[in-house]
Design a protein around this ligand. Structure first.
Ligand code: NAP
Length: 255
């Protein structure tokens, strides 16, 4: 498939998990993909190598999000990578705001520091990245923001995290209107529990409990989400903007 041939994409947090699957899928669709990571250079390198081996095009970009200067670092790396791959001056066609940190802290134990970190990485960084990307994004471009089913499905251990995902859905809504005149669509995707390769997904009894939340009786796989993002990134999704796509495997239907 080459429906994204000639397009450029940035997927934040694509050294592993949902971001990795998304970067791989967008590259299979023909895009030149910037594989962004924070700490795990080797993992990002493996993603790039895997894409290249399959005949795709990708490069790695490092930047810690949620700290001063984060967007400057990320965009400098992005522009350098585009230059190196002959896409200098092409701009960006697809931005996927995927990088995020979970909370997993009881409401009573959320400290101002924990709260500030969640907001900085999950909400503030995407806002300022989108703001910066306004000058980089091409007309008819795509922004996809990864939210969470937890904006609709209560889990007190994730209250602070879910608040940041509510924020990213607002980012989607308001920027969708702001960018429509340029044909740029902005949408959110809400995954449910998705196997991102962390050790908990190797514990069958825990996975069974998590799988029971979906009427399909399984947890999500990263490609389940990547395929939805790839659809929103494609021309086929040109008439969808400001939306929230439930990619939770029916978790929000209730038990
Ligand atoms: P993950 O496996 O934990 O991977 C997170 C990615 O984000 C990594 O590439 C990591 O880079 C990067 N990252 C984390 N903090 C960063 C920071 N401060 N600065 C820059 N990069 C940072 O994540 P995931 O489970 O696939 O989740 C991806 C997105 O989906 C997140 O927004 C998450 O909230 C959302 N989501 C996940 C689930 C789920 O069940 N997995 C469910 C609903 C929503 P390094 O490894 O290089 O540090």
């Amino acid at each position: 498939m080459s429906r994204l041939a000639g397009r450029t994409a940035l997927v934040t947090g694509s050294s592993r998990g949902i971001g990795r699957a998304t970067a791989e899928r967008l590259a299979r669709d023909g895009a030149l993909v910037a594989v962004h990571y924070n700490s795990d250079e080797a993992a990002a390198g493996k993603v790039v190598a895997g894409i290249t081996e399959e005949g795709g095009r990708a490069f790695a970009v490092q930047a810690e999000l949620g700290v001063p200067g984060d967007v400057d670092t990320l965009v400098s790396g992005l522009e350098a990578g585009l230059d190196e791959h002959g896409a200098s001056g092409h701009g960006l066609d697809i931005l996927v705001n995927n990088a995020g940190v979970m909370g997993g802290v009881a409401p009573e134990d959320v400290t101002p520091e924990i709260f500030d970190r969640l907001v900085a990485v999950n909400a503030k960084a995407p806002f300022f990245l989108v703001q910066r990307a306004l000058g980089l994004l091409n007309d008819n471009g795509r922004i996809v923001n990864i939210s969470s089913g937890l904006t609709r499905f209560a889990n007190p251990q994730e209250v602070a995290y879910a608040m940041t995902k509510g924020a990213i859905e607002q980012l989607t809504l308001h920027f969708a209107k702001h960018l429509a005149a340029r044909g740029i669509t902005v949408n959110s995707v809400a995954p449910g529990i998705t196997d991102n390769g962390t050790p908990v997904f190797d514990m069958p009894e825990v996975v069974e409990q998590m799988a029971a939340l979906s009427p399909f009786h399984r947890v999500g796989q990263t490609r389940d989400i990547a395929d939805v993002v790839a659809f929103l990134a494609s021309d086929d999704a040109r008439w969808i903007t400001g939306g929230l796509l439930d990619a939770s495997g029916g978790t929000l239907l209730g038990g």
